[in-house]
Design a protein around this ligand. Structure first.
Ligand SMILES: [Zn+2]
Length: 215
């Protein structure tokens, strides 16, 4: 039995969509893609009309219990269990409480993402002063005027190509602390397809498990 009220429903307008499309993004999270200008007030009616399909398909989603942390950036998947130990073929991450997940991700990012930043810095010849890992609410990363780059621990969930774009973007800010034409020209010199990557990264919050919170 699916209570539609319990579902996290995102509605996205798409220039390319010609009809309404419903997709299950993760357990309890649904994305409804509608053509531009579609009256969003009709979305609940459409979901109600598709309730039998949702009920058939929602419980089948993998990772409903327990939760998965898919750290695509470093090609690791962890099965997270809370409160009781389990034996599975994924490495086990056993934490006493859900509040421990973000601190765990921060430590993981310090150990494994910061070295990737150093590596990309060497490859591009763009140096930075200092890197720290934080848990920002709405940003993937930032760069200060002093060349201090701060990375969001949730970057761990991004596909490597998206992570690389974010790192190059911030490293280019050590040269141009703005989004001027010169800045984008520098980004393009390392990543000719930076526009596609930028678009992908704007949608990349969908890789973060919704129960971890985002925006
Ligand atoms: Zn920027």
């Amino acid at each position: 039995m699916v209570e539609l009220g319990d579902l996290d429903v995102q509605v996205r307008e798409s220039l390319r969509a010609r009809r309404v499309k419903i997709a299950i993004v993760s357990p309890g999270q649904i994305r409804v893609t509608v053509p531009m200008g579609f009256p969003t007030a009709e979305v609940p009616l459409i979901l109600a009309a598709n309730r039998p399909w949702l009920e058939r398909n929602l419980p089948k989603m993998p990772g409903a219990h327990p939760q998965m942390l898919a750290l695509a950036a470093i090609a690791e998947e962890w099965r997270l269990t809370l409160g009781f130990p389990r034996q599975e073929h994924y490495p086990e991450l056993h934490l006493p409480h859900r509040d421990e997940v973000i601190p765990w991700l921060r430590r993981k990012a310090e150990v494994q993402l910061v070295p990737i930043l150093h590596q990309v810095s060497q490859e591009t010849g763009l140096s930075f002063q200092k890197a720290t890992v934080r848990h920002q609410k709405t940003r993937w990363a930032s760069c200060s005027g002093q060349g201090h780059i701060s990375l969001n621990c949730k970057l761990l969930f991004l596909p490597p190509a998206d992570l690389r774009y974010v790192l190059i973007h911030e490293l280019c800010h050590t040269v141009h602390l703005n989004h001027s034409a010169n800045f984008w020209a520098l980004v393009a010199s390392f990543l000719p397809d930076y526009r596609d990557r930028d678009r992908a990264v704007r949608q990349a919050w969908q890789y973060v498990p919704p129960w971890l919170g985002w925006r």
